[in-house]
Design a protein. Structure first.
Length: 256
């Protein structure tokens, strides 16, 4: 795999992975619920993504945030509007819009569908479980029928065969919130915020796409899902992302 994996093969600069994943995200608009309030319980997940490195994810009852410290990005969604807010913590600027208003480069977005990308897996069964002490939902994922019946064994061995996803589901979250969290880490979408994810290719290699290092319970103060104080609103999302992905970088990303 090109992206850095926990104990697996060659690596790719996380900055490039992040550009490809973040710029490639595009979603449908969510539904309004109730805004998050102070005093509500939340869970802070300490994770490592094979695509974007270390991630801190704070999940409340009516909103969540994702902090990519090495990438200087803080991303959040919350009730009642469920807009996506991207913050660049080094430039102290942020961009906010509905998921439908997010622009995406189709060529870059297609990078998430490289042969070994697990995004082609689909959820089949689910059950309530405890993962490393955290109550969550466990999904079993399987390959699509067209992949399972593929006759080209050379190509097929790189394809994902099945996987297991552990997620945190919240009653008031729209599906679009789960799509955002999953797509930002190039994971298949299950009904929940990703906690951990592993999958197996047809060549029987097991890959750890998302690992949970630990978690802690938090009490919300009421503004955790807002842009940090002093950040300026910008109208161009490219200012938040910075320089885009070059063609040569895109070609390198597709190499296996």
């Amino acid at each position: 795999m090109v992206a850095a994996r926990m104990g697996f093969s060659k690596q790719m600069p996380l900055s490039l992975c992040a550009k490809i994943v973040f710029i490639g995200a595009m979603f449908a608009f969510g539904i309004p619920i109730v805004r998050a309030q102070s005093g509500h319980d939340a869970v802070l997940l300490k994770q490592h993504s094979a695509m974007v490195g270390d991630v801190d994810v704070l999940v409340g009852d009516n909103g969540f945030s994702m902090s990519f410290r090495k990438m200087n990005l803080f991303i959040t969604m919350q009730a009642p509007l469920w807009h996506i807010t991207y913050c660049n913590t080094s430039r102290k600027i942020y961009y906010s819009c509905t998921p439908k208003q997010m622009k995406a480069n189709p060529a870059v977005f297609s990078a998430m569908f490289r042969p070994s990308s697990p995004t082609s897996l689909r959820s089949s069964t689910s059950e309530k479980t405890i993962y490393k002490g955290l109550p969550c939902t466990k999904f079993r994922l399987v390959s699509q029928e067209a992949v399972a019946k593929a006759s080209d064994k050379t190509w097929k061995r790189l394809m994902p065969k099945d996987g297991t996803s552990w997620v945190l589901a919240r009653t008031h979250f729209p599906h679009e919130a789960y799509r955002l969290a999953s797509n930002l880490m190039a994971l298949p979408v299950s009904e929940g915020i990703p906690v951990a994810f592993t999958f197996q290719r047809y060549d029987n290699e097991v890959l750890h796409e998302l690992a949970l290092f630990g978690f802690e319970k938090k009490k919300l103060k009421g503004k955790e899902f807002d842009p940090p104080p002093g950040f300026a609103l910008v109208t161009d999302q490219n200012k938040v992302f910075g320089k885009g992905v070059e063609e040569k970088d895109f070609a390198e990303f597709l190499k296996e």
